[in-house]
Structures are given as C-alpha cells and as structure tokens.
Design a binder for this molecule. Structure first.
Ligand SMILES: Cc1cc2nc3c(=O)[nH]c(=O)nc-3n(C[C@H](O)[C@H](O)[C@H](O)COP(=O)(O)O)c2cc1C
Length: 188
C-alpha cells in the first residue's frame, strides 16, 4: 500500500488531546494542503481562521457547548451534559474555514479543504476532529453575537462551513469504527 492510501486509512476522529501547541511549520503544511483542494471553477472561496490562543479557545469552546445543549437532537444534548465533556476535546488548535456563500459551491469547497487538512495532520502524527458545534452555534443570532464579542470574525459576508480541532493525541490512536458494507454499485 502506498503512503497516501495508508494515511487516508489511518485518519480517525481524535477526541482527547495533549495541551502541547502544534508546530507552526506543521500548521503551514496543513494550510498549504488545504489550499490545494479542488474548488468549483477554482474560485477558492475560502478563508482560514487559525485559533491558537488557549484562553480564546477555552472561551469559544464553553460558548459553543450551548449549540449542543440547546439542540433539538436529544443525543447531542445528552453528550453535552456528560461530566467533563468538551466540544473541542481541549484541543490546542482550532481551524475554521469560512466561505463566500455567493460562490458556486462554497460548502463543498471548504469541506474538501478541511479533509485535506485532516489528512495532512494525520501524516504529521496529529489528530483531528470535525467540530460541528462551531457551525451550529454561529448559525444562531446569539452565537453570531458571541463570535463577534470574542473577536472571532470572518471576511465580510463569509460564513463558517468547516471547523476542526487539531493536536497531539492524548490517548492511543483510535481504531477505525465499523464501516458500512454494501454501499457500492459497479456498473461495468
Ligand atoms: C459533518 C460532520 C460533522 C461531525 N461533527 C462532529 C462533532 O461535532 N463532534 C465529533 O466529535 N465528531 C464529529 N464528526 C466526526 C464523526 O463522528 C466521525 O467522522 C465518524 O464517527 C467516523 O469516525 P472517524 O472519523 O474516526 O472515521 C463529524 C463528522 C462530519 C463529517
């Protein structure tokens, strides 16, 4: 198996992080990989907000928990109520990819960029985990106001489409969860 396939198969959602900061050179490599993702008509309608300030991260994390606590989804509310639960899993790095909603396919473009970041992170020994609470909280008026208050802003008119936590895993690398069989149709 070549290294690329091995990295794709290795990537897992990591849900426990060491507090050690991620090296700037690694962040730059991850961002470079992200910016090489495909985008509709090569519009590259994205912006990367890289949050490393631990105090800001913890504040944002605390507020984003409300997105789960106030969700209509019971499972999310139950997860959020668990003792010690953290929506960013105490990660030392959060990257939010915002995009221009007027672009042809901003959500796809930003999501593809994030997958490239996650794969690059995996190849560098870093864990990653999508953080849906960012998008969920920002979608509410209260959330938008809180993001502004904390100074987490995006280019004019842009909205967050993808967000993920990154860092060195605090626990052994997770095993792959079961993968759904029978989801392929070949038409030869
Ligand atoms: C759109 C999307 C939203 C997700 N939201 C969260 C989330 O808020 N918190 C979380 O811990 N994992 C989240 N995940 C990660 C999934 O739970 C995870 O990818 C899935 O369980 C498969 O595990 P794996 O990533 O280790 O293969 C999300 C994944 C996607 C694609």
């Amino acid at each position: 198996m070549n290294e690329t396939i091995a990295t794709i198969l290795k990537r897992r959602s990591v849900r426990a992080y060491r507090p050690d900061p991620v090296e700037k050179t690694d962040i730059d490599l991850m961002l470079r990989a992200a910016r090489h993702a495909p985008s509709a008509m090569n519009q590259q309608p994205w912006h990367f907000t890289v949050i490393r300030n631990p105090k800001l991260l913890r504040k944002l994390e605390k507020h984003c928990l409300n997105a789960f606590l106030e969700s209509t989804n019971e499972a999310l509310r139950e997860i959020a109520k668990q003792e010690g639960f953290s929506v960013f899993y105490h990660a030392p790095l959060m990257v939010i990819i915002s995009g221009d909603p007027g672009a042809l396919a901003a959500q796809y473009d930003c999501t593809l960029a994030m997958e490239n970041m996650m794969l690059a992170a995996t190849s560098l020994g870093l864990g990653s985990c999508w953080a849906n609470a960012i998008m969920m909280y920002h979608a509410t008026e209260k959330g938008k106001a809180k993001f502004r208050e904390l100074g987490v802003t995006f280019p004019e008119g842009y909205q967050p489409y993808a967000a993920a936590a990154f860092g060195y895993p605090a626990t052994p690398w997770p095993d792959a969860p079961p993968k759904k069989p029978d989801c392929v149709t070949f038409m030869d």
